[in-house]
Ligand binder design. Structure first.
Ligand code: IVH
Length: 676
């Protein structure tokens, strides 16, 4: 059946609406409707497009990832060349640039009030977007400035790039240019995942962006977290644009294109320098890499008058920031031990100025990564420091490798406490098995031990713990219970009163619960929920300590990995010693009856999710009940969920369950299900 006019209209209005919300979300970062509502719109559009495939258009929001991967990238001739920029590395060079501009424009006073658009120099890949009648028809790399490559299929997957422009006053032909980049957070997350999987990491966000854009299969690009800011206009036909660069940017934004929020109009060299300093201060906290500031004469008429020299405009210049990547040599590699005992190889470097600070240490992440990069003592390496991220060794310059280098291997024993270093199959990270016995792990372990959801010792701050560990006053958590008012009140900035309060809250913390105590021990993967599960299943600490890995997996929500972690922890004599000492000093709790889990209960094999406020029991009580009767309780609704137990004020989980046709139960329904 051909689509009716009403259907056509509906499809177009859904597209309009989705485009508008895409723009709010990806471009303005200011959402108007909840995700669920957005998903509903997309679902509705997809359904209609499936029903009427003849109505699918390439600029529909459902069509970001196209069909088949291509064999090679086609070449594209830029009708207007994509230019490069001259660089200024020092203030002096910027002043010279401005003087040339003022002279060429025949200002007699040095043009102190000349307006520039100042904007970040984004460190990604330059891309040209071509819109015909508002639809994105082509995207191309800069290439050599004259010919680039056709990357339309990939750019279409970048959600902040509109497939269709908004409004109706855009030129018939509009070419815009800008920078595609991978935000730092996405880059870090991507590399972290690759590292865990033992795969190759990206060297930096710029390479990540450029590499992603040149993929032949757009499906791969779609998985990369890319973004784009546009910063200039190329070819236009069929409309006149404003006569100031800064106003053109505003117009581009009104058509739905994303522009950099940091751009400003500034006055003269002094304004440029102020902007440069302010942006430099902000550089580390931005979510994307920048390598300088671009100043552009704001008046388009003046730009025209200034013209070009060879490949660069006379009206713009890039004022560079200190590089985020530099060369230096590896003097040594040591292993640092972190909170969870993870051993991180750290390169000791010949100090080098990079990313605005002097760096003498850089992380190598883990031993596999170190071996993959083949970093040896004596090597010349590239270090990268960008944002607040810890400096890292990016790669080795093999050509500069001296004849004598030292390879680095994982130590067998912890460099801090001498316990065995263990590495589980398939894990990239090696860890010290010393637990609380290991001094390096102690500070963090103690902070966790005293935290609110663990033993809840009020008034024992991170600073004090750090000091006490450094003074060797806290060998393990049991020493907390040996601290005296006299000793504490003699410390700097600790009066009698606060010393007294602290000792009192330490005393109070002795009376605790088994779940809190288990959580406080800081066993890897044992969070609050798992601790509570272990406590209610086994009822007492000895029962847990003496259980096998197999027994442990019988606890609802405990899988083989968690079971192994728990077993490993109690297999270390140091840990048992600490527990004994704690109990000897009066730390106590009430045991409970071990939980009887019905092997063949009414709920065996059923998976539940609980949401909202139930009339007569807490969610924890409901969870216990379900588990006792053989059921499983998980946190989020999925295709595997059998029932949603919903009380009052149930929110998104209820909506999700309904959309997946999951049976929704009230508390009364649950009780009768158990009784039946
Ligand atoms: S304007 C003629 N603005 O820098 C104007 N370029 O060295 C040339 N870039 O290939 C482009 N941020 O990749 C301009 N805000 C910005 C920029 C920027 C980064 C890059 C761009 C270009 C290179 C020129």
């Amino acid at each position: 059946m051909p689509a009716s006019a009403a259907t056509r209209k509906k499809i177009e209005s859904l597209r309009e609406e989705i485009r508008y919300h895409d723009y709010r979300y990806h471009t303005l970062d200011d959402i108007e409707i909840p995700d669920a509502e957005y998903d509903r719109l997309v679902r509705e559009l997809k359904q209609l497009e499936e029903e009427f495939p003849e109505l699918v258009t390439t600029d529909s929001p459902t069509q970001r990832v196209g069909a088949e991967p291509s064999e090679t990238l086609a070449t594209v001739e830029h009708r207007l060349p994509m230019l490069s920029l001259d660089n200024a590395f020092a203030e002096e060079e910027l002043r010279e640039f401005h003087a040339r501009v003022a002279e060429k424009l025949e200002f007699e006073d040095g043009a102190p009030d000349l307006l520039y658009s100042a904007e970040p120099k984004l460190d990604g890949a330059a891309v040209s977007l071509l819109y015909e009648n508002g639809s994105l028809v082509r995207a191309a790399t800069r290439g050599d400035g004259t010919t680039g490559e056709d990357i339309t299929h990939n750019v279409r997957t970048i959600e902040s790039v509109p497939l269709r422009l908004m409004g109706d006053n855009f030129p018939e032909t509009l070419e815009v240019r800008g920078e595609v980049f991978m935000p730092r957070a996405g880059f870090e997350a991507y590399n972290e995942k690759a590292r865990e999987a033992g795969e190759k990491t990206f060297v930096n966000p710029r390479n990540a962006a450029a590499g992603s854009l040149r993929q032949l299969d757009a499906k791969l690009t779609a998985e990369r977290p890319l973004d784009m800011y546009v910063y200039s206009v190329g070819l236009t036909e069929g409309a006149t644009l404003p006569d100031r660069h800064s106003e053109i940017i505003v117009v581009l934004r009104s058509w739905g294109l994303k522009t950099c929020p940091e751009s400003r109009v500034v006055k003269g060299v002094e304004g440029c320098l102020e902007y440069y300093d302010a942006l430099g201060e902000k550089r580390d906290s931005l979510d994307y890499d920048i390598d300088g500031v671009v100043y552009k004469v704001d008046s388009i008429a003046m730009q025209r008058e200034l013209g070009f020299v060879s490949r660069a405009p006379r009206w713009a210049i890039a004022h560079k920031f200190p590089a985020q990547e530099e060369l230096t040599t590896v003097e040594d590699v040591e292993f640092q031990v972190g909170r969870t005992g993870a051993l991180t190889p750290v390169a000791r470097l010949t100090p080098v100025f990079v990313g605005g600070v002097t760096v003498s240490n850089a992380t190598l992440h883990n031993i596999d990564e170190l071996h993959r990069k083949d970093v040896r003592v004596g090597d010349t390496v590239i270090v990268r420091r960008a944002g607040d991220v810890i400096p890292e060794v990016v790669s080795v310059i093999k050509k500069r490798r001296p004849r004598e280098t030292k390879k680095v291997e994982l130590p067998e024993l912890c460099p801090i406490c001498g316990s065995h270093v263990k590495r589980e199959d398939g894990e990239a990270v090696a860890r010290c098995s010393g637990g609380l016995f290991c001094r390096a792990q102690r500070t963090e372990a103690l902070k966790h031990f005293v935290s609110r959801r663990a033993l809840d010792i009020e008034g024992l701050g991170a600073k004090l713990i750090e000091q006490l560990v450094a003074e060797d006053r806290l060998a393990d958590p049991s020493d907390l219970f040996r601290l005296t008012t006299t000793e504490l009140s003699q410390r700097e900035r600790m009066g009698d009163k606060s010393a007294d309060n602290l000792v009192r809250s330490i005393e109070q913390s002795k009376s605790t619960t088994l779940p809190r105590f288990l959580f406080a021990l800081g066993i890897r993967e044992v969070g609050e929920a798992t601790a509570a599960g272990l406590a209610s299943y086994f009822g007492s600490l000895p029962a847990i300590v003496n259980s096998s890995e197999k027994d442990l997996t019988k606890v609802p929500d405990v899988g083989p990995i968690v079971a192994k972690r728990v077993r490993n922890f109690f297999d270390e004599q140091h840990n048992l010693d600490v527990i004994n000492k704690l109990q000897g000093l009066g730390v106590h709790w009430a045991d409970t009856e071990p939980m009887e889990i019905a092997e063949d209960g009414p709920l065996t094999g059923r998976t539940f999710v609980i949401t909202g406020t139930l009339p007569s029991m807490t969610r924890d009580e409901a969870k216990d009940l379900i588990q006792r009767e053989g059921g499983k309780v998980t946190g989020s609704v999925s295709g595997k969920t059998d029932y949603l137990l919903a009380g009052e004020k149930a929110g998104s989980k209820l909506a999700k369950a309904q959309s997946l046709n999951v049976t929704v139960l009230s508390e009364a329904d649950l009780l009768s299900l158990i009784a039946s």
